[in-house]
Design a protein around this ligand. Structure first.
Ligand SMILES: Nc1ncnc2c1ncn2[C@@H]1O[C@H](COP(=O)(O)OP(=O)(O)O)[C@@H](O)[C@H]1O
Ligand SMILES: [Mg+2]
Length: 415
């Protein structure tokens, strides 16, 4: 997988950017607030159609342009896909392709809040996001991703969802459908809670949503079981190397609805071993989830919310059988995230036969010198890497010599 050309229009602080992107490492160098991270954000958007740090997508549109009644922020990329296994619902042949995202902001009559629309075009054809995701693959690594280990469970679900969406042809669409069903079901439960009980019609409706939730939920659970199993194999090998055989990393999937509830008694808390759930048939997961929803019905009606399912899943990271999120040091957490991210790269390569484009934001500054060399050594395997830094001196001369340098200043690339 290789990005060949990137064009931005009214995206963040870039009013206009057009640049050919070389293979191998590209170093984006510049002072703070010049636009380095924004380039990574744009490229990652093409892989996931979501921003990693805008709380609202309106923020992606250039501020000056955004004051006009009609503003369009645009990311356009030409990229090359190698021969490989299809990972997008729309099977893409090997060769060059074009992906375009338009963020369109329109004034909304007399209302003061403008409306935002999003259009995605793959090879010139408008596509739903679920149809275009997986066409272009990238892995992003930011220092604040230490929150995958230390933060709330959403962060770990997000890590899984973004990796799975890029490799599993239908995951993104199934996940979106699950959330749509969840919203409907929650609205119905809320209505029942407010009314203080069941009616015959409502219970028939609930029956319907239960079936839907179990159907889509089971597909998510099954995909997560398999993905975690495969990522663990890769991450633990990398982690053993990065820690010089000091630490055994394990991924402990804790699904909110557990298709294998007969979890062995954990006698020696806090020491834990993850449960193996691989190979469970989809129908078994689906049936179990449905039964669980039926059992939980009185409680869910009383509380007016769906209390179990993949939207509440947890994934814990264990090192030497100790939970890193609770007992790990900052340094341990950082190394674990590095292992997870490098595992994501290797996993995408395994699943799609493509190296994802690697995006690393100020990552070296956070690592001790030994880990820096470990990381840089591994990176040279990738076909294409964009790395940002304020300080070129963090990189050994040998690496800088192999890389192309872009000097970024005020929303422009100077060389
Ligand atoms: N929508 C926007 N319009 C214009 N400028 C923006 C927008 N969003 C962010 N910026 C500005 O763009 C600049 C570049 O940000 P960033 O890419 O994070 O810089 P760097 O990574 O080089 O430190 C910052 O000054 C930021 O305030
Ligand atoms: Mg930055």
């Amino acid at each position: 997988m290789k990005l060949l050309r990137l064009s931005l229009t009214d995206f963040r602080n870039y009013s206009r950017l057009d640049v050919d992107v070389p293979g191998g490492p590209v170093l984006l160098v510049g002072g703070n607030a010049q636009g380095k991270t924004s380039i990574l954000e744009a490229v990652y958007y093409l892989a996931t159609f979501t921003s990693f740090h805008a709380s609202h997508e309106r923020q992606l549109i250039n501020l000056t342009a955004g004051r006009e009644p009609l503003a369009v922020g645009r990311i356009l990329a030409d990229f090359h896909r190698d021969k490989g296994t299809p990972s997008a619902p729309v099977a893409l042949a090997a060769g060059n392709h074009r992906l375009e995202v338009r963020l369109i902001q329109e004034a909304n009559g007399f209302d003061s809040t403008p409306r935002l629309r999003k259009e995605v075009l793959l090879d010139g054809v408008k596509r739903k996001i679920g149809e275009a995701i997986g066409a272009f693959n990238a892995v992003l690594f930011l220092p604040q991703m230490v929150s995958i280990v230390e933060g709330p469970p959403e962060e770990r679900r997000r890590y899984l969802n973004l990796a799975l969406s890029q490799t599993h042809p239908h995951y993104a669409a199934v996940l979106a459908e699950y959330h749509r069903i969840l919203t409907q079901r929650n609205a119905l439960l809320k209505l029942l809670a407010d009314r203080g009980g069941d009616t015959q019609m409502a219970s028939a409706q609930l029956e319907y949503w239960d079936g839907q939730l179990a159907n889509y939920g089971a597909q998510i659970i099954q995909a997560r079981i398999q993905a975690i199993h495969e990522l663990e194999r890769l991450a633990s090998r990398l982690h053993r190397e990065l820690t010089r055989n000091q630490e055994v990393l394990r991924l402990d999937y804790q699904p909110a609805f557990d298709p294998l509830p007969e979890r062995p008694q954990q006698l020696s808390m806090p020491l834990k071993d993850p449960v193996d759930r691989t190979g469970l048939p989809l129908e078994k997961i689906q049936r179990g989830f449905l039964e669980c929803l039926q059992k939980a019905r009185p409680e869910e009606i009383a509380r007016g919310v769906t209390t179990t399912g993949p939207h509440r899943d947890e994934l814990r990271l264990l090192s030497n059988r100790i939970d890193l999120g609770i007992y790990g040091s900052r340094g341990q957490a950082r190394t674990a995230v590095l292992s997870l991210k490098l595992a994501e790269v290797a996993w995408i390569k395994e699943k799609t036969a493509q190296w994802p484009v690697l995006l690393l934001d100020e990552v070296l500054a956070e690592l001790d010198p030994e880990r820096r060399l470990d990381l840089l050594g591994r990176l040279l395997e990738s076909e294409q890497i964009l790395l940002t830094t304020t300080d070129l001196d963090l990189f050994p001369q040998g690496f800088v010599d192999k890389a192309v340098t872009w000097n970024i200043q005020g929303g422009r690339i100077l060389s």
